[in-house]
Design a protein around this ligand. Structure first.
Ligand code: AHR
Length: 503
């Protein structure tokens, strides 16, 4: 029998739980926008073309912030094409994904959609084919109150009040050879620094994200971060991380990928702090993990030879129960690093490697990975607690030895709400977990949900949209301040408690 133990102590805190940890990403890619969040004429669409069924799911998912409009798309995008009277907007080629972009959906529509979805906007500027002037024009159009050509243009387009967009990305994956306008670290670091200074001159209230590497396996990873941070340290707030993971017929290694994510975060923190020491600065750079998810990339043929299409079916991965467990694991990792990860966006929101799937003109449903995100966003409140699970390890081909059980907890001192998130990454054996709750005082269990399936490759699809969903986890009442839970193999769970005298 495999056992693991941990202690919940409200005094051992990591950082407050920020809503920006539960971010998502809407790119003009495939069917994320068109027939995803936006589909005029759909029976559930409102008069702006926003699909109400999708909006409801987005609210249920508990998303805090949404990054837009890309992704690779942004590196060839002219933001001006997407504003003003829709009938006058140009149709363009999108070189990133070989798409036809009609520009029916643009900045004004996105801002209206964020208000309807109750999420914070996060905007990326094009530092691929464009530069400082276009970034300044965009921020002036978006955030300047009025009395200038661009601010008044926004008002003429129907939005007299400034959008007040606070979070901005300085380009996207500029280290990647696939990126339109790909640059060396020195070229990008200087451009990002000058763009950031100019954007701050337009609006000093913004927070700026510098592009880190597009993945920890990039040959320039580490050196890229060090160089761009040295060139732009004072002008930016966050540095970006992107990472996608896939099972690739090795379930044990796949379930270890949250550990790989943890190591990636540690490496970027170390690099940022090295630059801080070298430059003798007080300020610490925080992390924007603004693309993360499961993506079966090895099955994606690429778009180089594809025909030009509008809203093609693109990387619409169908997720398994094991994928959902891995996503629960990434959320545990992100919470545990909440002292340095300020923003995290699951990529993407609808259809394109997404928790929500839609049929054009038809239904919308929850993929398996919807559930750990929604449960974590709902129950993680207050402060993240360090829980340090003790238990056995398992050896994996891709990531070496990793703990069988991973866990993190949150505690809200105001309401007394406690949540314990746990992942059993063993592929065949259950784990009996004992949680020492004595430091919390009197506790009551208020709920327990588990995501697991006898078939780790079970999926949700339009015919069986609820095949994989959270189920009740049977728990004995805590005994002497100790809670015991049996967690099946390949599972992710959340146990919620109330600390304090019962109300
Ligand atoms: O999310 C899909 C793509 O992955 C994004 O456009 C790009 O930034 C990343 O490589």
């Amino acid at each position: 029998m495999i056992t693991a133990a941990l202690t919940l102590d409200p005094a051992v805190r990591i950082a407050p739980v920020g809503r920006r940890l539960f971010g998502s990403f809407v790119e003009h890619m495939g069917r994320c926008v068109y027939s995803g969040i936006y589909e005029p004429g759909h029976p559930a669409a409102d008069d702006r073309g926003f699909r109400g069924d999708v909006l409801e799911l987005v609210r249920e998912l508990g998303v805090g912030v949404v990054r837009y409009p890309g992704g690779n798309f942004v590196s060839g995008y002219r933001w001006e094409d997407g504003v003003g009277p829709p009938a006058e907007r140009p149709t363009r080629l999108d070189l990133a994904w070989r798409q036809i972009e009609p520009n029916a959906f643009g900045l004004g529509e996105f801002m209206a959609w964020t208000r309807a979805a109750r999420v914070e906007p996060m905007l990326a500027v094009n530092l691929g084919t464009r530069g400082i002037q276009e970034a300044c024009d965009l921020i002036e159009y978006a955030n300047h109150p009025g009395g200038t050509y661009l601010a008044d243009l926004r008002a003429r387009h129907g939005d007299p009040d400034p959008y007040g967009i606070r979070l901005w990305c300085l380009g996207n994956e500029v280290d990647g050879h696939w990126q339109i306008g790909h640059k060396t670290a020195v070229e990008y670091g200087r451009l990002a620094n000058e763009t950031a200074k100019a954007m701050r001159a337009v609006d000093p209230g913004v927070e700026l994200v510098l592009c880190g590497s597009s993945g920890a396996t990039m040959p320039t990873f580490g050196a890229w971060e060090a160089t761009v941070l040295e060139l732009a340290y004072d002008a930016v707030d966050h540095i970006s991380l992107h990472s996608y993971y896939e099972e690739n017929a090795d379930l044990a290694s796949f379930l270890a990928t949250p550990v790989a994510m943890d190591r990636f975060i540690a490496d970027v923190v170390a690099t940022a702090d090295h630059v801080r020491a070298k430059l003798r600065r007080q300020k610490r750079i925080t992390l924007s993990f603004d693309e993360w998810n499961v993506w079966n990339m090895s099955r994606f043929p690429g778009r180089a030879e594809a025909d030009w299409e509008h809203a093609p079916v693109l990387i619409e991965d169908t997720y398994t129960a094991a994928d959902a467990v891995a996503v629960g694991g990434y959320l545990i990792t992100l919470l545990r690093n909440a002292d340095r990860v300020a923003v995290a966006c699951q990529a993407q929101l609808v259809n394109v490697i997404a928790p929500i799937r839609t049929d054009r003109g038809g239904a919308a449903w929850r993929q398996t990975i919807f559930h750990p995100f929604a449960l974590t966003a709902r129950h993680a409140r207050g402060e993240v607690l360090r829980v340090e699970p003790a238990g056995p390890t398992v050896d994996t081909v891709a990531h070496g030895e990793v703990p069988v059980l991973d866990a993190v907890a949150t505690h809200d001192p105001e309401s007394g709400a406690v949540a314990l998130f746990a992942m059993n990454r063993h592929t065949t054996e259950p784990v009996t977990l004992t949680a020492d709750l004595r430091a919390l005082g009197p506790v009551t269990v208020t709920g327990a949900h588990i995501l697991a399936d006898p078939d780790p490759h079970a999926v949700n699809d339009r015919a069986h949209p609820d095949r994989v969903r959270p189920r009740a986890l049977d728990l004995p009442a805590p005994d002497g301040g100790r809670l015991t839970a049996v967690l099946p193999p390949v599972s992710w769970s959340v146990i919620t408690l109330h600390a304090g005298e019962p109300a």
